[in-house]
Design a protein around this ligand. Sequence first.
Ligand SMILES: *Cc1c(COP(=O)(O)O)cnc(C)c1O
Length: 386
Amino acid sequence: MSALPFIPFTRPSFDQETIDAVGEVLRSGWVTSGPKLAQFEARLSEYFGGRPVLCFANGTATMKIALQVVGIGEGDEVITTPISWVATSNVILGVRAKPVFVDIDPITRNIDLSKVAAAITPKTRAIMPVYLAGLPVDMDQLYALAKQHNLRVIEDAAQAFGSQWKGKKIGVIGDLVSFSFQANKNLSTVEGGCLVFNNLDEVKLAEKFRLQGLTRQGMDGMDVDVLGGKDNLTDVNAVIGLHQLKQLPAFQARRSNLARQYFDVIRAEMKFAGIEDFKLELPPENFTESNWHMFQIILPLNQLNIDRSQVMTELKDLGIGTGVHYPTITGFTLYKNLGYQAIDTPIAERIGRSILTLPLFPGMADGDVPRIAQGLCSILKKHRKN
Ligand SMILES: *Cc1c(COP(=O)(O)O)cnc(C)c1O
């Protein structure tokens, strides 16, 4: 066991000002959705170039409401990726529609847009791409496809807050763009999410779905004409978001620096350990578009005599936390029972088995990345298959 401090794969950063601001809300006498939420939504709208923005209790609720707003339901198909947090396809099933999984690109690890057209049927209503680790898909290609086939796009940008496409923030362009503020995300409200709109009528509808389907008139009039849920974000969460938004540029700079360091140090350590022949796949070296939500490698399992689980255990013994984001959704029992098969998307199946998330978060210490790279390369070297 290592005497060095344990490095988790991620950790949120909340400063003293944020903690004090939460205390203020708790003492204010109004703790649920109120003035802080209104302020947070206004700031987010500014951030997204003046587009309307609503916040929700979490990213899953945000995507569910996006589907409800578009009117997707029974008999409809939504095209998405099998390498995502299961929330992406669960919300599609939740509105009684059918997720259609298209294989991923092995380099970007995002949905392979060149394979989408072949999956479109008369029932297809929308494409739901995911920007894994914060790397967007080719937005020109995505929106050309949507236009050509008359489909809506619901972007699962849960991991892409602060990411860009050709100099524009994700959210500033696009149809309906959903973000998550869950604890591990680049901007966190502990739990939360927001939806960026391109259409004011859809904002009104989403507001109804957010709170029981309710509309108010005057001081005492209320009506319910659609079935809504209870998916509002509280002022306690919103005030955290206001402070995180201020810190975001500093968080982003730190993440980019750490990612840069990973590329340099992993390559140097592989050379030093004499394992340059290992087919360790690094993420695309994209420093203009990615927000570096995660740093993920693909393990060269066919060059090793251990599996991913054993690599993770040995890293843990060295005081290094890692994660799996994600095993292919089609391998889960629920999805298998619905008739999906992991082998239908073979690239996703392979990557789902061998992808590994290394620690990356703004609060990491300066020596952490070299320590992680050294630990990783020593484990790979030790378990070389001959
Ligand atoms: C985090 C995440 C979600 C869900 O967000 P929650 O806030 O946890 O509900 C959905 N999709 C992806 C890709 C995510 O990373």
